[in-house]
Design a protein around this ligand. Structure first.
Ligand code: SDX
Length: 430
């Protein structure tokens, strides 16, 4: 960070100079760490609309230009030229792997895909109809009961092993949540398959016959994982960072991130978006729902639309729509009812003054539900797939924070609006 100048704040006639830092690209920041000491005042920014909570070199978003870079590489180029593990290597280590590094990393991840055999018993503690995200929160958190041989977070090697374990085991854990819900036997991972093909086999294979993943569908799902891998300081990543700032182990932190991602305003939007499309049912009813979305007295929001940062198109939504086309064509579903409804809904919304004036565009979740449904993934598991992919970003951001010598426990303050000090009255006076 370079200090180029100060910002001067005048409070009650007193001038306070606060350093302004610039990064490599993007908005500058005003360092307010001394504000309370110098003024006795806090800043007030619920929802962190104007707050940079950390410095990071991992992902850059330009919401106005619709730009998303992982370690400087545009998401469009990564989705086109790399597979998910190459992107995971990039996000974790800062550079794309060469051929030798890729082979080494793929092998390391493959060698960590199995889970402790006793962890499998955790699943039988859940109801069969438990939401998969409830299972993931529990099982991922429980990993810290099995892998304490590498949980010294001050040890870089331990952090690396835990990162590899999480990236490798999440597909297995997600697939087991799916199988458990269906009462089908768990499938062990196969080391002769690619990361995403292995996941699809653990999801859709069974012990009675061979399962040969469709390469077009594998590539499509692999691209979906790339699009979801990281996204700057979003709510779930900020949750992982805040949990990690206390020194909590990485498995507990990722479990906290999964819990936050589950919310329908965040990663749960893809599941909610598909349910919304099912509820709308037909293009003739789109106008009714657009009207509801605009009604201040109606809590209904158009799921898959809008974004805190993207005030133009979400580059991931465009790539997701292309992937959707590819998958539906490969499966002969190009007339898919919901896809046609989504395309019509997107067109109508983007021509509506309300959405245009509020800069509400489709986000990554708008098409991801349709393509995942076409891949055979049940609606309730959409956010689990999102969590599988985002584990890479979460653990990279966690590692970046833990490695930062300036790292401190996160402890925001508040504007207190409650009762001033008062005395406890005796029971007969209450
Ligand atoms: C993800 O942060 C990330 O990077 C997240 C994510 C990632 O990769 O990690 O990109 C993943 O979470 C994508 C977002 C998925 N969520 C949804 O699709 C749910 C629907 N969208 C909204 O809930 C909303 O757009 C948010 C939560 C995404 C963003 O909310 P903000 O930034 O707090 O904006 P806001 O709610 O203040 O909305 C601004 C205005 C409001 O109207 P006014 O109060 O100004 O009159 O736009 C309206 C909102 O009511 N609005 C919508 C709307 N989204 C915002 N109105 C109708 N439908 C919508 N979808």
């Amino acid at each position: 960070m370079n200090t180029q100048r100060n910002a001067t704040l005048t409070v009650d006639g007193k001038n306070i100079d606060l350093p302004v830092y610039s990064g490599s690209i993007g908005p500058e920041v005003i360092d307010i760490r001394q504000l309370y000491a110098k003024t006795g005042m806090f800043t007030f920014d619920p929802g962190f609309m104007s707050t940079a909570a950390c410095k990071s070199a991992i992902t850059y978003i330009d919401g106005d230009a619709g730009v998303l870079l992982y370690r400087g590489y545009p998401i469009e180029q990564l989705a086109q030229n790399c597979d998910f593990l190459e992107v995971a290597f990039l996000i974790l280590k800062g550079e794309l792997p060469n051929a030798r590094e890729k082979e080494e990393f793929d092998t390391i991840i493959k060698r960590h895909t199995m889970v402790h055999e006793q962890l499998i018993r955790f699943y039988s503690g859940f109801r069969r109809d438990a939401h998969p995200m409830a299972v993931l929160v529990g099982v991922v958190g429980a990993l810290s009961a099995f892998y304490h041989d590498a949980m010294d977070i001050s040890d870089e090697y331990h952090r690396t092993v835990s990162a590899h374990r999480l990236i490798a085991k999440l597909p297995n854990i997600v697939a087991m949540a799916y199988k458990y819900g269906r009462g089908e036997p768990f499938m062990y991972p196969r080391n002769d398959l690619s990361y995403t093909a292995n996941f699809m086999r653990m999801m859709f294979g069974n012990p009675c016959e061979d399962y040969v993943p469709n390469p077009v569908l594998v590539r499509a799902l692999d691209r979906i994982l790339i699009l979801h891998a990281d996204h700057e300081q979003n709510a779930s990543t900020s949750t992982v960072r805040l949990a990690g700032s206390s020194g909590a182990n990485p498995f507990a932190c990722i479990s906290a991130g999964i819990a936050c991602l589950w919310g329908p305003a965040h990663g749960g939007a893809n599941e909610a978006c598909l349910q919304m499309l099912e509820e709308i049912g037909d293009v003739s009813r789109v106008g009714e729902y657009i009207k509801r979305a605009k009604d201040k007295n109606d809590s209904f929001k158009l799921m898959g639309f809008g974004h805190r940062v993207y005030k133009n198109f979400d580059p991931r939504a465009k790539l997701m729509r292309e992937t959707c086309h590819e998958v539906l064509n490969e499966l002969g579903l190009h007339d898919d009812r919901l896809f046609k409804l989504a395309v019509a809904l997107e067109k109508i919304a983007l021509e509506d003054d309300y959405f245009v004036s509020k800069k509400l565009y489709p986000n990554v979740d708008f098409y991801s539900g349709i393509v995942q449904r076409a891949l055979g993934i049940p609606t309730q598991l959409f956010t689990g797939i999102f969590a599988l992919a985002r584990t890479v970003g979460w653990i990279a951001q966690w590692n970046e924070m833990i490695s930062d010598p300036e790292q401190k426990i996160g402890r925001p303050r508040q504007l207190f609006t409650g009762a001033e000090q008062r005395n406890v009255p005796p029971m007969d006076k209450r």
